[in-house]
Design a protein around this ligand. Sequence first.
Ligand SMILES: O=P(O)(O)OC[C@H]1O[C@H](O[C@H]2O[C@H](CO)[C@@H](O)[C@H](O)[C@H]2O)[C@H](O)[C@@H](O)[C@@H]1O
Length: 244
Amino acid sequence: MLGFHGVQSARFPIPPLSQAAFLLNFDGTLVEETPPGDPVVLPPGLIDTLRRLRAACGDALAIVSSRTVEQLDAFLGDVPFAVGGEGGIALRHRPGGPIERTALPELPRIWLVQARDLVGTLPGVRLEHTEGGFILHYRAAPEAAQVLHDAVAAWVKESAGAYLLAAGRMAWEIHPAGVDKGYAVSLLMQRPPFLGRKPVVIGNDKSDESAMAAAKAAGGAGFRIPVDFPTPAVLRTWLAGLTA
Ligand SMILES: O=P(O)(O)OC[C@H]1O[C@H](O[C@H]2O[C@H](CO)[C@@H](O)[C@H](O)[C@H]2O)[C@H](O)[C@@H](O)[C@@H]1O
């Protein structure tokens, strides 16, 4: 059952740390987003905060992101116990364990060709490959949002339910149906040290909503930046306060 954990979290009912599992998004959640091409810098204190949180919740700390597991490792090393990468397609359930990949349908090559052609006509738009699909980022070209949306929507329609469109922050993603961050949360929660705990998911964009929904469905909680915490910095302060 959710309760109020300490003064600093009075606005946010979460389970006691002894019963909680934390599954946190990375970009725009734990760290501030930077302009495309600029390096992401880990804020001072973040690693220490996460280590203390992991210790306080019996190791049940995971990162769930659209990035690859390898990219997340480069930022956070062995700090999280488990990692869900590529929007839920790639999971590593324990430190040093194998990265398990969900079997996926083969992405129609013609979509990639069309996506590359389209991106070539839209300066500032970036195509990111994922294991199961791809993401079109338009942060540096906001005027391209609609045309990119329409292209992705057309591919999704063509797929007759096999693929879905997901809105990210200034990005559209096409990915196989049924495999998302909520799926990652559900699978991670099925194994120790997460098993039997209440998930607390925190994210910042549309693609994190499935994870928040999975957490709530499991009796846990889901919070979002900027709705619940205005910025990653405020979230970091709150997380640090949980173990202070
Ligand atoms: O699921 P997330 O952890 O939120 O990852 C989503 C994407 O994060 C990164 O891109 C975002 O952050 C960049 C650096 O701050 C920013 O420049 C970009 O506009 C954001 O979309 C990452 O580069 C992508 O691979 C992830 O898909």
